[in-house]
Design a protein around this ligand. Sequence first.
Ligand code: AMP
Length: 393
Amino acid sequence: MKILSVNAGSSSLKFKLYEMPEEKGLISGVFEKIGLEDSFYTIKYENEKIKKEVPLKDHEVAFKILIDELVENGVIDSLDDIKGIGHRIVQGGSYFDQSVLVDDSVISKIDELSLLAPLHNPAAIVGIRAAQSVIKNAKHVTVFDTAFHQTMPEENYLYALPYELYEEYGIRRYGAHGTSHKYVSLKMNEILGRYNTKLITCHIGNGASISAIIDGKCVNTSMGLTPNAGLIMGTRCGDIDASIIPYIMEKKKLTPKDVDKLINKESGLYGISGVSSDSRDIEEGIHKGNERCALAQKMFVKRIVDYIAKYYVEMQGCDAIVFTAGIGENSTSTRREILDSLKVLGIEIDDEKNNTRGEEICITKSSSKIPVYVIPTDEELMIARDTYNIIER
Ligand code: AMP
């Protein structure tokens, strides 16, 4: 059965087609600058990458071209070969603790939650509508980034604000990257060969979050109402003293929009280093002796260590730690710096094994009290899996 995994942004559309249940990736690609003048798409198929510059008026046009490409490349015979489409949704609020089949009430709830994810939820609805109008006979499933975190206990998801803000406006921690944390934790449990485990999963990319997972269920996660909580990220500040916000708004005469930009786009690694939000540039800066890059990296690592330590204590132990996403999978120096700070937990890094990028591997010595793994994440596959399982059910 062919299942299409889709991630629609306001001007982009990423996709990957799978043969399920074999979980075989057949073709993938991305449509970019949809609705803009210089739109184009790239497709990866059988180790080849094709790029075509074409007008993409809207997401519906992108889906039509996608189907044509799939037929032309012989990946499908007709539209009807695609039995299911899984759509990634960033914010599912408290409504969704698992993936669901799309109907009008699902769409209206995603729409209602747009206030919490203004850049993402409306774009996802556009993607669903466009896919429904082009691929009519397929079943559509929504997969929520927040769903995996819905098992958190109240004391971990509530903020110490007036309780009415939670009741009236749903102000609470929802977390994000749930699809990734779920994928790597399932994989970790498979490797350990048991499911009654305590895991700390670190999704460290441009966006970054850490989760504490007991017996496959998330008990805590570092992102909050929005993704701007917890860790220091490429351009996001993560945890800060909340009163800084009204203070700088007053001092610098900033509007809510201005301050939102400041904490989401101008902070984090970029804000501290003044150089870049990209960890490769930060590493290069450090090699060249840039002190602000060194400071940014030190703060970045320290915050990750803080969260791992916090979750270790919260779960009263940990059976394995997992690193994933761009930095977690590739930055050998960041992993080493983090694990060096965790020696007190009996963690012993194996430098030779750590000297690998982008592959599944245990990077600690056999004598390490807690094994630490790198597990490349695969959110598209997780979306395809959920979609397949729901359709089969
Ligand atoms: P993501 O958001 O998961 O795509 O991750 C993006 C981040 O991963 C960026 O900060 C990149 O600099 C970082 N990254 C990707 N490859 C490497 C690498 N080889 N070494 C260090 N950082 C990397």
